[in-house]
Design a protein around this ligand. Structure first.
Ligand SMILES: CC(C)(COP(=O)(O)OP(=O)(O)OC[C@H]1O[C@@H](n2cnc3c(N)ncnc32)[C@H](O)[C@@H]1OP(=O)(O)O)[C@@H](O)C(=O)NCCC(=O)NCCS
Length: 205
């Protein structure tokens, strides 16, 4: 492994990473991801539902924050590969901005345009949601600008449920911006089926 290929934090468990040869893989970030990540963060279409595209320096700083989050929490936004090529991220992050539902753990995704339309975000996000309880996360949220239909579609595909009562104005988006109103979706792991004792039935029933 060369210096640029070294993982910047722990690799995810196999249940999150996927199996060798899968179309979609999740892995730890590497310094080699900085250039393709800067390219997708500079793409106006990828960043259409954010206030602005990111400069290379802002993109690098985001990777540094993501890596620090992994070190601090033991989970985070993982680097995504599609067909063996870096394509963006899917994963979990802590939301701490001021809102009635924070602090919370959110699931998020950002893919280069060439990787859209193949189910890659959905495939990776399903793995991440399934694994969330192992990080002690008992509820996962996701939110996006009201206009971001593609992102909300991923939320619904992975089984998240809209909580319209919790839709909100994102405090980090300037007032008056069309991107400020956000929709909020929630997910909890399904409860295990009740035991016979919990159902109040005799053990042999
Ligand atoms: C949001 C985003 C990740 C969605 O990507 P996506 O590729 O549309 O999402 P999915 O992985 O669910 O793929 C769904 C598409 O793949 C198709 N598809 C093919 N195989 C599929 C499969 N096995 N499972 C699900 N969908 C599949 C679906 O039909 C759908 O096609 P469509 O584009 O014609 O509707 C992507 O648009 C993106 O990165 N946007 C920019 C960043 C952003 O806005 N992030 C969210 C901020 S909150």
């Amino acid at each position: 492994m060369t210096g640029t290929e070294a993982a910047l934090h722990a690799e995810p468990a196999a249940a999150i990473a996927g199996a060798a040869g899968d179309l979609v893989r999740l892995r730890a970030w590497r310094d080699a991801d900085r250039a393709p990540f800067a390219a997708l963060n500079a793409d106006a279409e990828v960043m259409r539902h954010f206030p602005a595209p990111l400069s290379p320096a802002q993109s690098d700083a985001m990777i540094d924050r993501i890596v620090a989050h992994h070190h601090r929490h033991g989970f985070g936004l993982w680097a995504l590969e599609v067909d063996g090529r870096f394509a963006g991220f899917v994963g979990l992050s802590t939301a701490t901005f001021d809102a009635p539902f924070t602090p919370a753990v959110e699931i998020g995704w950002r893919l280069a345009r060439w990787a859209w339309g193949r189910g890659a975000a959905t495939t990776a996000a399903r793995r991440v949601l399934d694994a969330a309880p192992r990080f002690g996360v008992d509820e996962v949220l996701s939110f996006t600008a009201t206009s971001n239909a593609r992102s909300a579609a991923v939320m619904r595909r992975i089984g998240m449920v809209r909580d319209a009562d919790s839709d909100f104005e994102h405090p980090n988006v300037p007032e008056g911006s069309a991107l400020r109103p956000h929709v909020l979706y929630r997910w909890r792991p399904s409860a295990p089926p009740p035991t016979t004792r919990e159902r109040g039935m005799p053990p042999s029933a």
